[in-house]
Write a protein that binds this ligand. Sequence first.
Ligand code: ARG
Length: 565
Amino acid sequence: MKIKSKLSTIIQKALNNANIETSDIVISDATKPEFGDYQFNGIMKLAKQLRKNPREIASTVIEKIDTTNIIEKVEVAGPGFINIWLSNKWLANEATDILDDPRVGVGFVEKPQKVVVDYSGPNMAKQMHVGHLRSSIIGDTIATLLEFLGNDVIRQNHIGDWGTQFGMLIAYLEEQGADGNQNLKDLEQFYKDAKKRFDESDEFANKAREYVVKIQQGDPHCLELWQKFIDISLQHCEDVYKKLSVKLTRDDVRAESFYNPRLPKVVETLQNRGLLVDSNGAKCVFLDGSDVPVIVQKGDGGYLYATTDLAGLEFRAKDLKANRICYVVDARQGEHFKQVFTIAKKADMVDNSVQLEHIAFGTMMDKSGKPFKTRDGGTVKLIDLLDEAVIRAKETIKQRNTHSQEELDKVANAIGIGAVKYADLSINRESNYLFSWDKMLSFDGNTALYMQYAYARIGSIFRKYDGELKGQIIIDDEIEHRLALIILKFEDTLLKASKEATPHTITSYLYDLVTIFMKFYEQNPILKDDIEPDIKMSRLLLSKLTANVIKKGLDILGIEVVDKI
Ligand code: ARG
């Protein structure tokens, strides 16, 4: 339900009736229950323009507000706020209406966009590590969310599959013969061994350099080795995606190498637009106000990360016809994206109307605030981390174990992986992220387990109740009012999260929802014998709706629910 837009229409009408001209009315959530459900704070600004007393204007406006349907009560507060309470009857009817709706009241956006979401982007020369975890998790949620709202989403996995290090790697792969495949199981070690060989043997180093040139020239033998290397490396990433239930497939891979044939054209376009400056043989763009150049082609003819991203921007805007392009990449690449976005628009490689966004996220830190490493200082492999999450989840739920072994594995998987994902999604993405097993696997607080537990608990109500589930929601008290209201706020929440690309908007919402539900559940008995049948039914229905929203919300976050914990 788009409650905010309904309320702004009502306020707009009231202002018109009071002969006050204005547009773009912003309705905010009330910050405290005593301020009602929503607030309109725009009167002060209007009063300033009209040189009138804001409280007086507010009083005139509330006289004109239509309170026949949605709104129960309006009040002038403070220097000229308008506090708004919604009607119990309206909330009850709207909530009843969405009982059987698989989208729990969430519509489709009026103007669907074609959105490219660039995420994950691992480098094929190395094992996927925790640095890629955040991009994969956040990116997948944003893509799922945009898609759910009706946009046409194109996932792009911009894998790093090109560069001089591949010469060394394929020379080593070839040298290892049949053992190569086996040794590639541990890419990190493979890279280290290849590097050692490179440093120790001139002959090998020369071959590696020769292979760099040969791949670039399209030598079939070298390309075949390279392709084999990429296939195996990508398979490792896909194992991680599967464990994480991240939806990326091979079809979403559009690697750096894909753009190679387009790179000369990028340079030519920039040249034609008069944006290129020759600096010591390198081709550079100087952006306004900066004396640090963006290099697009080195003196030896080689291209750079930025050149590939420029080709990618043009491809996404012109070939894929995207209206919005989102890059879910580490905050440390902020300057890079600012530069390529500016250049692409200046050079008309991307139309001005296309929204370009760097969806930045912070670094993952350990408990002591240092970048995440293994005990001996190495990089933590993602797959090990996920396995550990599942083992720890099993420990957490073992005590209350009512599961068969098979069930336990399934539940532990949902809880362990859910914990890792939720912990990542629930903080403001731009902050650095402190990784803590204890915190993420807690039954209390803003964790996946808290939501999964609430869902299972509602499930247990329905396992005990075997009657029919049909009737009308009735709102009788304050807590039911708050519960129905937050259920109906689901759509506004998702719209905000999609506009700002902030998954934590959804987790905060779920946390509030479940907290309100728990209070409702404590205060309003559901299955006791002495409750009137229509009240009992209404409470059952509110519980059911809560479960539906939790499930859908977690689904968008890529987290599974379980029936029993
Ligand atoms: N491979 C890059 C890295 O690991 C991330 C790629 C992000 N996407 C992009 N179009 N630049 O840093």
